[in-house]
Write a protein that binds this ligand. Structure first.
Ligand code: C5P
Length: 395
């Protein structure tokens, strides 16, 4: 429920993507937002107000002369109650009217009268999008402080291919969620590792660690939402990169080490969340080992480099953050790791508290002491960790 208590006015304008706005209403509501839909007349030709009313649980406003508001001032009342106005889809016509401060229907009047942020997700044919008039209008809106979401490129409803597709509802939801997160890492470059590594024994077998990657991916998302440029060097996990995060896929600890070291000098912050295998196989077989090869396979192990310690040892390197997953003696082991790797901050958790699930319990250890965080979903803990890092680097 990342939008709990937020009041969002969703403006829908005339475009085929109006059908996707119905899904957006549902997604916003699922995250706890109160959604008030306002439609232009054009939008009602694509989807009826009843659809949005049913999904938002609120009557939909389409008309500035709507008699339901006791003071006949829907345009003022609706925007005053809002934390933001999101217009999705935003047609070329709406963008033009909003850019010029026209107030010729309920939605544009509300936008002009608002005292809250405005986010727009353009949706139109690629020629309409590329038209200098539209580009001028979008540039003007951006200069006026409006947040422009997308558009995406791809196949369009008209059959043409190009820029102008509305972002998907999930992407707009993520952008709206991120919009409310304080930008404590604005302008910072964050480099991270997450997930397990996989050390090959032969082409089909290997040694790995149990790690879902969830905690690392939650930290990557939180850092991105806090305004950082995030590069995530990730071992094999079963989900997509968080929106806006640059992911580099690796398999082995050596690959992870190489990709990290190539980028570490340019990073402001390095966060090692990956469960890196301590050892790799020295005698990995080129072909699949067969049972009838004779005798038990002999696997010789060789130690992997410690990525976090190597980054921490760089002269003028990034601010380094480690993770310690322990099954007991959390404080003693985590503090020992912090000292050994010479890093300013380590986040410790007991394996039984967090493995594979959505929730976790973290304790942060730094030069100032021990900071236990209340048990919470990994997304919440990730945000707290990011805020803690931001405090330490600006201290
Ligand atoms: O030494 P240990 O594996 O217990 O330390 C855990 C921390 O060190 C994590 O932040 C992990 O990502 C990092 N690490 C690393 N390279 C290794 C081993 C651990 O970056 N080879």
């Amino acid at each position: 429920m990342e939008l709990q208590g937020k009041r969002i006015v969703l403006g829908v304008t005339g475009g085929i993507a109006a059908y996707k706005a119905a899904e957006l209403v549902r997604l916003l509501g699922k995250q706890g937002a109160e959604v008030q839909v306002a439609m232009t007349e054009g939008a009602t030709h694509f989807v009826t107000p009843t659809t949005y009313q049913a999904l938002s649980g609120r009557p939909v406003f389409t008309d500035q002369w709507d008699a339901r508001m006791p003071n006949a001032m829907a345009h003022i009342d609706l925007s005053r109650q809002a934390d933001c106005i999101v217009v999705a889809p935003a047609s070329a016509d709406f963008l033009a009217r909003a850019a010029h401060g026209l107030a010729d229907d309920l939605l544009t009047t509300m936008v002009l009268a608002r005292d809250c942020p405005l986010l727009v997700a353009p949706a139109m044919n690629r020629q309409m999008w590329e038209n200098p008039a539209t580009q001028r209008n979008v540039a003007q809106l951006a200069a006026d402080g409006v947040t422009i979401l997308g558009p995406a490129s791809g196949e369009q409803a008209c059959g043409e291919v190009g820029a102008g597709r509305m972002l998907e509802p999930e992407e707009i939801l993520e952008a709206v969620t991120a919009f409310f997160v304080p930008k404590v890492l604005a302008g910072r470059k964050v480099l991270m590792t997450a997930g397990p590594t996989f050390e090959a024994i032969d082409p089909v077998r290997g040694i790995t660690n149990l790690s879902s990657g969830r905690m690392g991916y939650a930290v990557a998302r939180a850092a991105r939402q806090a305004g950082a440029a995030v590069t995530l060097v990730s071992g094999p996990v079963g989900f997509d990169a968080p929106q806006g995060v640059d992911r580099v896929n690796v398999r082995s600890a050596l690959d992870m080490h190489g990709e990290v070291m190539a980028r570490a000098a340019a990073a402001d912050i390095f966060i090692g969340v990956a469960a890196v295998a301590d050892y790799r196989v020295a005698n990995a077989a080129e072909h699949k080992l067969k049972k009838d090869d004779g005798g038990l396979p002999q696997i010789a192990l060789i130690e992997n480099p410690d990525i976090l310690a190597d980054v921490a040892a760089l002269p003028n390197g990034p601010f380094c953050v480690g993770f310690a997953a322990e099954s007991r003696n959390l404080e003693a082991y985590a503090q020992a790791k912090r000292r050994k790797k010479k890093i300013p901050l380590i986040a410790g958790n007991l394996i039984q508290d967090g493995f594979g699930g959505d929730d976790n319990r973290l304790v942060l250890f730094d030069d100032r002491g021990t900071h236990p965080l209340a048990p919470a979903p990994k997304s919440v803990l990730a945000r707290q960790l990011v805020e803690h890092i931001a405090q330490l680097i600006t201290y």
